[in-house]
Every structure is written in C-alpha cells, then in structure tokens.
Design a binder for this molecule. Structure first.
Ligand code: DC
Length: 226
C-alpha cells in the first residue's frame, strides 16, 4: 500500500503541533514534530556555550550532535546524544535558540534525511516550517495552518501558564513576532506557504473545530489523489 504523507506548515503558535497530533491519532498516522529537532540542536548549543551570533560556530557543533526520534507508544520522543530531552526542549530560551540554529543551512541539511526517513516508512503527518516546500515537496496533502498573531500569542501564553511557567503576555507576543520574522526572512528554507498548500486559518475556530478542519482537508485532498 502506498504511504500517505501530510505536510503541515505555519507560524509559531498556530496550534500546529496539538492539532496535528490529534488529527494523526484520529486518522491512525504517525505524528512528527520537526520543530523538536531544531530545538534539540538549539539546546545542545546553549548547553555547550556556543556563540549564538556566529553561524559557523553553530555549524561546527554538528559533528558532536546526534538527534534521534523514537516512537514510544506512538508518541514522538526526541533524544539528544542518547538522552531524552523531550521536555527540556520546550523551555522558552530553547525556542529562541531553535529559531537561531534553524537559520543555519548546515543545520537544516543535517536534519533533512532524518525527516524524510520517517515519511518513507510511515503514514505521517509532519509539521514544521518547510515541510511542504523543502522536506516533502511531493507530500500527498499540504496544509498551511495559521491564525492572527495576538491569538497565537494568547494560546502560547495559556499553554506556558498551564505548565506552571511564569510568563508575561507582552513578552510572549514579542517573542512570537521576533520568531515569525526570523523564520520567514531567513535565506535558508524560509517559512512560506507552498503553492499547492491549502490555507487553514484557525483564528475563529476552537480546538475541536480546528482538528475537524484539518482532518477534513486531509481526507478530501487525499481522496482526490487516489
Ligand atoms: O515549531 P517550533 O516552535 O517547535 O519550532 C522551533 C523553531 O524551529 C522555529 O523557530 C523554527 C524552526 N523550525 C524550522 O525552521 N523548520 C521546521 N521544519 C521546524 C521548525
């Protein structure tokens, strides 16, 4: 049977990961969160005191880094040099480090095969910034998931607060706008909607409606192809 690949791209806080994870569960697909890979590289650079303003210093770290994705009960865990860092990579300081390292072409190249390998072996919903444009240009279904910046910041703020983190809304919004800018203005694989992607704006939708929208697009687009 031919494997099905779904690419979901979009800016920070559009709800990609929670929506994609839930949609994957409902449709029986593996879910792959590619941002976690950039976060693992960012975490390593922070831990090793790498100068984050120097892209060649970041690239020079790559031979010291092994990032792996393991599926534990169908849930993705991310390992950095053999240790599970799935929780640590969610810290706000790691978010900015991930955005910085993701602009380094050598980092993107180093993570490409890992991402493609997952789609070669599984029915997958993969989310990120360049999945439909670079990683899986032949994906069966492409979705560009977005929402207004203030709404995305509010969702991210609520998520961090629910995890017990002390954060200020204005800081979350500023951080999000900075990352939006970085992610869409970098030279290497910038965030942009693939020409053949379906635009899904969740600004006015609650979580369940967003999942239904995404599942509907996947079923609809995929049945058009078979
Ligand atoms: O989705 P996220 O917030 O976990 O992603 C962290 C950073 O990684 C984000 O600022 C952009 C980058 N990223 C990327 O450049 N390409 C991807 N496919 C996924 C994430």
């Amino acid at each position: 049977m031919k494997l099905v690949s779904v690419a979901i791209d979009g800016p920070v806080g559009a709800g990609k990961s929670t929506i994609a994870r839930t949609a994957a569960k409902r449709l029986g697909f593996v879910y792959c969160d590619t941002g976690a890979l950039y976060r693992a590289v960012g975490l390593y650079c922070l831990r090793s005191g790498t100068d984050m303003g120097d892209s060649s210093a970041i690239a020079a770290r790559l031979p010291e880094i092994t990032v792996e994705i393991r599926l534990v009960d169908g849930v993705q865990r991310v390992f950095l040099n053999g240790s599970d860092v799935s929780e640590e990579i969610r810290l706000p300081e790691v978010s900015m480090a991930a955005s910085t390292v993701s602009a380094v072409p050598e980092v993107r190249a180093a993570l490409l095969d890992l991402q493609r390998g997952i789609a070669e072996k599984n029915n997958v919903i993969m989310d990120g910034r360049d999945i439909g444009t670079v990683v899986l240009p032949n994906a069966d279904v492409k979705i560009f998931l977005t929402a207004k910046p203030e709404i995305r910041a509010k969702r991210r703020y609520d998520e961090l607060v629910s995890k017990g983190m002390e954060v200020v809304f204005e800081d979350v919004l500023e951080d999000l706008q900075k990352r939006d800018y970085n992610d869409s203005h970098r030279a290497a694989a910038p965030l942009k909607q693939a020409e053949d992607a379906v635009l899904a704006d969740t600004s006015e939708l609650d979580f369940e409606q967003s999942v239904e929208l995404v599942c509907g697009i996947i079923q609809n687009q995929n049945s058009n192809k078979t």
